[in-house]
Ligand binder design. Sequence first.
Ligand SMILES: Nc1ncnc2c1ncn2[C@@H]1O[C@H](COP(=O)(O)OP(=O)(O)O)[C@@H](O)[C@H]1O
Ligand SMILES: [Mg+2]
Length: 348
Amino acid sequence: MYWFIFGGNSNEHEVSISSAKTVFQAFNSEINKERYTVKTFYINKYGDWLDSHLSEKILIGRIENNKTNKQEIFNQKKINFLDGIEFQNIDVWFPLLHGFNGEDGSIHGLLRFTKKPLVGCGIIGSALGMDKILMKTIFSNLKLPQVNYLVFQNEDLNDKEVKNKIINEILKKLKFPVFVKPSNSGSSLGISKVKNESEILQALEKAWGIDQRILVEEGLEVREIECGIIGKSKLLSSEIGEVIYESDWYDYDSKYYSDNQITIPAEIDSKVTKEIKEIAIQSCKALNIFGFARVDFFLEKSSNKILLNEINTIPGFTKNSMFPMLWKASGLNIEQLVAKLVDISLDL
Ligand SMILES: Nc1ncnc2c1ncn2[C@@H]1O[C@H](COP(=O)(O)OP(=O)(O)O)[C@@H](O)[C@H]1O
Ligand SMILES: [Mg+2]
């Protein structure tokens, strides 16, 4: 039995449901359905776990996630998600939760107690992949190319003097525009592009609302390049893709509500492509990330310089997501890809 976990107490809840729908369909496709029996757990926005019967209804669209009757929620007072499933019936876990409480290693820690394999990496890789500050610190240590950035943590943003000090440091050390980001978030939530001094404070407060550890980066004119990774002892990279959007930057709405143009393979010279694939593997190894991941890069338009942006340890798996498209272009369609991810988790 293959157990999916989706939804989650995170600001990327809706994205997770879309990803889970796509993966669920792939497991139930003609070529996979004989081999895999899939059961699911849905975690609602409040962190309550639903039983597999109700969870599946959400996946096949019978009930809307927002309208789940509170009465129907399974065991609201405690997380006893293992009740009612026989341990021998678990072959592999497949957490498909984006963002905090899911992509950050917490679910990986919980599942470790079942001593069953899971699709994706472990606690460390997940936690590092979710935390932009720590991820960047490790990349800096390895001298991997990145944009200039500043970190603000352990600061009290309610204090006016502290705010002024932060603003002055940004003005002194970085060039506008800058991107202000919460260290822990995803899907561009909490991020602002700041064009001048007057916009800094609002951006800091927005990021602070999500995480009190904040990253401020120099914003460049860039192309956005992404590379898929799968594997365990040996990591493989996919073709690389480019996403082109109409908005000023790749914010939440342009990620999920607009038709972006995706080009795979990206039109980049072969030397740069090779280097991007190598850095993708090297950066995953550095953070102990395996199973599957999507490594995102910027390519500075003026210089064609490669800059490593971030690694997503549970990449979007919706119909329009880059990760399945990258693997399709690399010879694995979505049905083959999900089967491959299970094989990798089992070391096959
Ligand atoms: N330093 C930067 N220079 C140019 N664009 C940036 C920079 N940082 C972020 N962006 C824009 O913001 C988007 C989201 O930032 P990112 O750090 O990838 O956050 P998330 O984890 O939410 O995807 C990027 O895809 C890009 O469009
Ligand atoms: Mg990103």
